[in-house]
Ligand binder design. Structure first.
Ligand SMILES: *Cc1c(COP(=O)(O)O)cnc(C)c1O
Length: 441
């Protein structure tokens, strides 16, 4: 069956033919590729066509696909039983590993870790914890930051600065969205203004540690530290969402990256997902003991999960994190740097205005003359250059993220051969981007 035929069939039984919207290729056009298997840096479609993969399941596959030791750990765990609904030794080991690994210069910000199954659950619970801790209702989030699909976090910016948000999705009650303030990223004045306008009502600021769901837009130096200071001055908490960055940009996530320098800050709650599960459904809420211990059964903030800490998922996550040593991060960094530079060279050779934006090994291309520091700037780029670029790469056997607003993901398995294939495909893709025509307004 061709991808087109398979997609048509999928749409008969699955809304839009997909189980998560970006997979549908809506922003690049065409039919999505149906994947049958994956190994190392490659994915294979149902005909056996091989693609170099720069999606890596949207982040988790930092070691590459089907890493033998991870698969072995999963098979061993599965053979012992798929789910117990009771505590296990391995989940304690995972909590200890996360706690010990997220440290820098003697600081160890994570005293407690609770496991859940998805990033959405983690951020939803983080918000509930912050509200339970502070006794306040309002949340500040940044335009263009994604924290999963819970009601309050799908809010969009209202008409004015520091005004209450409107629902970002049908089905979200207006009075739920009205507890969320959406303000521009990297804008500390807007943060101060929001706290001034809503004194005593703000429970928390939630921020992507480095934003990578509107393309990659790193925080300006000191931004996260300033957020922490401002939030604490006003009796609010800082929730740092590391679902994407955690254990991907380094062994201690983005926090470790920043706290290795002079930008140290104290998050109260940190959320993890993606890499922590090594490709299985696993995520976590971590942070200060006095905050996390408000969770049931110790405290009044309710949270639970039939499959939380699932033993097969924990086996995948624990094995992935144990294997993700300094050498793995060096390889991912170097692969990302080579691919980013090759993409930039190819686009420059065709005279295509662009900026490569990165946060550690996470990067994306912005089709604009200047770096974008917030959502408005990201949206103003020549995004219509991306679909032909994307499809040229796909036709040449390289699978990029199917949206200009997503990061490119490398893994430790992207070796010279895989990178060489990407480099070889880039000049034709850059020509396609150069030839793209702006849509008529
Ligand atoms: C992916 C992501 C989430 C949501 O995680 P899911 O497991 O897809 O629910 C939350 N926050 C950030 C920053 C993410 O990148």
């Amino acid at each position: 069956m061709t991808d087109g035929a398979l997609f048509a069939r999928a749409k008969q039984s699955i809304p839009g033919g997909v189980n998560s919207p970006v997979r549908a290729f809506r922003s690049v056009g065409g039919d999505p590729v149906f994947i049958a298997s994956a190994r190392g840096p490659f994915v294979y479609d149902t005909d056996g066509t091989e693609y170099v993969d720069l999606v890596c399941s949207w982040g988790p596959m930092i070691l590459g696909h089907a890493h033998p030791e991870v698969v072995d750990a999963v098979q061993t765990a599965a053979s012992r039983g798929l789910s117990f609904g009771a505590p296990t030794l391995a989940e304690v080991e995972l909590a200890e590993l996360v706690r010990d690994r997220v440290s820098a210069d003697g600081a160890r910000p994570l005293e407690r870790i609770r496991l859940v199954s998805t990033g959405t659950e983690a951020t939803m619970t983080a918000i509930r914890l912050a509200r339970g801790y502070t006794g306040r209702d309002v949340i500040i989030k940044f335009a263009g930051h994604y924290h999963g699909h819970s009601d309050g976090l799908l809010a969009e910016a209202g008409s004015g600065l520091a005004t209450l948000a409107i629902p970002g999705s049908a089905g979200v009650p207006a009075d739920v969205a009205a507890h969320t303030l959406v303000i521009p990223y990297n804008d500390l004045d807007a943060v101060e203004a929001a706290f001034a306008a809503h004194a005593g009502r703000i429970a928390a600021v939630i921020v992507e540690a480095a934003s990578a769901n509107m393309g990659v837009v790193p925080p300006t130096p000191g931004f996260n530290a300033a957020l922490s200071r401002i939030a604490h001055e006003h009796g609010a908490l800082l929730i740092v969402d590391e679902v994407l960055t955690g254990f991907r940009v380094g062994p201690a996530g983005w926090w470790g990256y920043e706290n290795a320098g002079a930008l140290a800050y104290q998050p109260d709650i940190v959320t993890y997902g993606k890499v922590i599960g090594g490709g299985m459904p696993l995520a976590a809420i971590a942070g200060r003991a006095d905050v996390l211990d408000l969770l049931a059964p110790l405290g009044p903030v309710y949270q639970a999960g039939t499959l939380s800490g699932n033993p097969v998922a924990v086996a995948a996550g624990l094995t992935t994190l144990r294997l993700a040593d300094a050498d793995v991060y060096r390889r991912v960094d170097s692969a990302a740097q080579r691919v980013a530079q090759a993409a930039s060279r190819a686009l420059a050779a065709e005279g295509v205005a662009h900026v490569v934006q990165n946060a550690g090994s996470l990067f994306s291309i912005v089709f604009a003359d200047e770096a974008a520091t917030d959502y408005d700037a990201v949206r103003a780029q020549e995004s219509w250059r991306y679909p032909p670029f994307f499809h040229s790469m796909l036709d040449q056997g390289v699978s990029l993220p199917p949206s200009v607003f997503e990061a490119w993901f490398l893994s430790a398995s992207h070796d010279d051969d895989a990178i060489g294939r990407i480099e070889a495909a880039l000049p034709a893709a850059a020509r396609a981007a150069a030839a793209a025509v702006a849509p008529v307004a």
